[in-house]
Design a protein around this ligand. Sequence first.
Ligand code: GLC
Ligand code: CA
Length: 556
Amino acid sequence: MTNDKWWEEAIIYQVYPRSFQDTNEDGFGDITGIIKRLDYIQSLGVNTLWITPMIMSNQEDNGYDVIDFKQVDPLFGTKEQGKQLIDEVHKRGLKLIYDFPLHHTSIEHPWFKEALKGKDNPYRDYYIWADAPEGKEYPSNWTAELGETVWTKEDNGEQFYLHLFMQSMADLNWDNPQLRKEMLGVLDYWIEQGIDGFRLDAFIYLSVDKTFPNHPDEKGPGTEMVEYGKKLDSYLHEINSAVKQHEKEIFLIGEATSADAETTRQYTDPDKDRVDKIITLSHFPEKTDQLDDRLNQEMQWAPLDFNAFKQIQKEFQETVPEKGGPILFWNNHDEPRHQHKYGNTTDYRDNSQMMTAALLYLQKGIPIIYYGEEIGMKNFVYNNVEEMDDAEANEFYKEAEKLGWSHEKIMQHLSLTSRATSRGIMQWEDSEKIGFTKGSSPWTLYNRENQYNVLQQEEDEQSILHFYRKLIALKKNELFTHGNYTLHDSPKNLFIYERSFRGEKRWVYCNFSDRKETLELSNECAAAEVILANKDNRVDDRKLELSPYGVVVFMK
Ligand code: GLC
Ligand code: CA
């Protein structure tokens, strides 16, 4: 298949650099730390590394609030170390993806400081400014992350700037050709440095209707009013063509939180030159009927709606099977770790970690494994909200308390919904600072656990770590990358699918429940061989007994 792109077979490992490995003993992970652990990453069998931003940032949004797009943040290291990282990654035959936070900058960015100097400043128009209509407090009724207005007045009281996310992050004005040129220059720079792909952060909000029409509700999220705006397509074409002019094949993944399968298909259509892949959060439908509708839904825990989940998996498999298929992931730095949320970390921690991984990643598509997932790291459970350092969690706490929720109840929910819970430091060993640092205290609270650390799992053939290695090796088989996919009808808590390629077949049987399940195998399966399984399953002639959170993969 000569037209294949390298990413069609990518298996991605995501590193959150603050939390991976500290080497200069300041309690923050750093570039040298990532270099030190590259052999480990390679040993997993993955072929691509995605590292969230290490460019100069105000660090209020951990790298997504940029101050300089081309400098390495001293928190992580130097330019030379950055270069060395790229070389060391490539030496090991891995590809490297960086974030490109192209939607906003920190208000500490020199462009914004210039813009504040007045309407005549050439940088003014790099951002989005507006006046409030007569008799109105703000230019529109749009709200930002915490339900507050997206508009902040500059100090001299003249105009408002737009910030869809945080007040300290001003939205860039992609209508300005000079700004676009600068941003394309940033991409060129990093491609010259050797980066193989980019995650376009929050790209669906790049094109803003400058008439700022009000949200139909009395107040409502600005993001809903600007997503997939009119000129988005043309901006994507510009990015795409600039990037594709380089000789190297550069991979573009766009973050589109709300995209369903059809939107994903449209934005990744190979003939449309937009992006190559989409990361969406719509894979995880929840049963929301028990939620308190007076409070932010996203900060309340709700169980996975398993039937809807099955349906959505099927839809993505069928709607976007081309060029490597959909992106497959359970976890990232914006979500709590899934295990805690949807699996069972109390009684079946190992099995539920292994089963959920196999279920998702053996489908067609490109897996993204979030650091620590491969050893079954779980969320950090916070006892009080201040320690979370998560503005949304704080806001939720205040609101829930007003409605009479108990402290315990609020914290129980936040432990399963706040993104702070999944950003804990990597559990390398069970020593005091778990192998993350020798120096001062790590920047965040963390779990110290026997058995759930790299060192101990390396020694144990039955560990989650070993299972992930086997799973990744299996995934590399072209049947799993290029083969067909059929989801079988199955009883409620089971997830069963078939993959086939050039006359060969594999079946993946998963039990997404804490009860044992017994089922009858088809003739074909009964004659097949087991090539991967987690703990305590039994195959007895035609009978398959799946343990709680069991998974068995057959090959014919
Ligand atoms: C993206 C990032 C997230 C960040 C947000 C705003 O969604 O993944 O971490 O907070 O953009 O910059
Ligand atoms: Ca450090």
